[in-house]
Write a protein that binds this ligand. Structure first.
Ligand SMILES: *Cc1c(COP(=O)(O)O)cnc(C)c1O
Length: 482
């Protein structure tokens, strides 16, 4: 075919008329292979998309003639299809230093939970089928016994997440009536979850008692009236009120509340099921302690310190849990079989406490010895330095991480990692050099997420168990920074 006149004008640039038709591309042998693998629909729509993009470039005079050669078209088409099918939800490497990171999916599931999911999810199961009687079963009963055994509760139920657990508890126990809560506990947990709004959504009237820093037993005593349906305690998991403060703990509050015929509920947020002090970590209140102190209902998350899937756990007295379970909203908030299976497998790990720090990834990461992390940092430093030279220098440094997800907000976890700083050979400013480096790390096949502080990019290695996966990307990182 003689070259169109304009091609002379554009030199090596392709003219729109040089683009092949959709049909012609689809008849390329490589496209036939793609159609055999993916079917006609996807391959045809991606071919149209590809040709539209190329046409726009050709019209702008920016399309190289080499891009319209058959081989180049076939390659571009295959790449488009691969990108189209690539998942948007992807694994990343969390080097932020925050172990339970809400933006990065919180807890990692234990092997036992993964195996349970794999084994169960492609076959029918007894989610709501009683294998003893052959009649209808209750999905809650699958984990209720385990939860009761671990926490000492009389009864338990589970919902989609802890926000749902709190909403459902308030709605079921106090809809249309009053809930008494301390002003020091009107928590906001990230934007959408604010205790006053949750009360309103649940249809309850909030009655605040005490002040921001101090609440006393007498404040509760005065506030509990015949209209009161519930007294609520909230664990202030993401902030700390320090200085001249007073709060009424559950053990003191329970008798006051019960003497007036009202139930007491506590939202623990993280709710560790084991005493973290046993592992040398800062203490968090346990659901079992809250129940022993007299709480009627305790709610907590499945994917924070518990180390399981997203879920909201509700444990308490038989009477309170039965009212919650029977409330119609429960049906809308119930847990699906996927997290339920993972939750059961995770809870089972708590029956073997001696093995928990190995078996439960969240606890395993939280209890990694600093010396091991330091050794890892020293070993990794020269390899990363080589990949980033000459524009960046890398140093092994002590770091302060955190547990995360609102657990223990002021406590820091001694850790170690790598600090990266631009060398003087960098032409641009420190800030933009670090931003470019952070972007290159995020652009890797397994995106690496660190944090920028004090003009350095910090990679906290506490959560890096698979060093080989990180090292395997160093040459791609070097290329990305060229
Ligand atoms: C995290 C948290 C919640 C919300 O739990 P989700 O499982 O994220 O819904 C509620 N209350 C407190 C105190 C929390 O820390």
């Amino acid at each position: 075919m003689p070259a169109p006149e304009e091609s002379v004008v554009h030199g090596s640039k392709a003219h729109p008329a040089e683009l092949p038709s959709v049909d012609k591309v689809l008849r390329l042998p490589e496209a036939e292979v793609l159609r055999a693998a993916h079917g006609h629909t996807l391959v045809a729509s991606e071919t149209r998309g590809l040709l539209d993009d190329l046409r726009a470039q050709a019209v702008a005079g920016t399309l190289d003639r080499s891009a319209v050669a058959s081989q180049a078209l076939a390659k571009a088409l295959a790449a488009r299809i691969e990108a189209r099918l690539a998942p948007r939800l992807r694994a990343v490497i969390n080097l932020t230093g925050t172990v339970i990171h809400t933006n990065l999916g919180r807890s990692l599931l234990a092997d036992a939970a993964l195996q349970r999911l794999l084994g169960l999810m492609s076959a029918p199961n007894n989610l709501e089928y009683d294998l003893d009687s052959g009649g209808r079963g209750d999905r809650d009963s699958l984990i209720e016994e385990l939860l009761c055994e671990i926490t000492g509760a009389e009864a338990a139920t589970v919902v989609n997440n802890n926000a749902a657990a709190v909403l459902l508890t308030i709605a079921a126990l106090a809809r249309g009536r009053e809930v008494v809560i301390s002003r020091g506990e009107l928590v906001e947990i990230g934007g959408a979850f604010r205790m006053p709004d949750v009360m309103a959504s649940a249809g309850a009237r909030m009655v605040e008692v005490g002040t921001t820093n101090r609440t006393h037993p007498a404040d509760y005593e005065r506030a509990i009236v015949p209209e009161t349906a519930l007294v609520m305690k909230v664990h202030t998991s993401n902030y700390l009120v320090q200085g001249f403060t007073a709060a009424v703990d559950e053990r003191t509050l329970a008798p006051i509340v019960h003497a007036r015929g009202v139930p007491l509920a506590t939202d623990l947020g993280s709710g560790s099921l084991v005493d973290l002090a046993h592992y040398g970590l800062p203490r968090e209140p346990l659901p079992q302690e809250m129940l022993a102190a007299g709480c009627d209902v305790v709610t907590f998350s499945g994917d924070k310190l518990l180390g399981g899937p997203q879920a909201g756990l509700i444990v308490g007295t038989r009477d309170a849990v039965t009212r919650i379970r029977k409330f119609p909203m429960k049906r809308a908030l119930r847990l699906s079989k996927l997290p339920l299976a993972a939750l059961e497998a995770t809870l089972s790990l708590y029956l073997r406490p001696e093995r928990l720090a190995q078996d439960l990834p969240t606890l395993r990461l939280l209890t990694r010895p600093v010396a091991a992390i330091e050794a890892q940092a020293r070993a990794l430093r020269p390899k990363l330095a080589e990949a980033l030279a000459p524009r960046f220098a890398v140093e092994a440094v002590p770091l302060q991480g955190q547990i995360g997800s609102g657990s223990l907000p002021v406590e820091r976890l001694a850790s170690a990692g790598l600090a990266i700083a631009p060398t003087s050979s960098q032409r641009r400013g420190v800030g933009s050099a670090l931003d470019a480096l952070a972007a290159a790390l995020r652009g890797l096949p397994l995106p690496v997420i660190g944090r920028i502080a004090d003009d350095r990019l910090l990679l906290d290695l506490r959560c890096l168990e698979d060093t080989a996966a990180f090292e395997a990307q160093l040459s791609a990182l070097r290329d990305a920074l060229k």
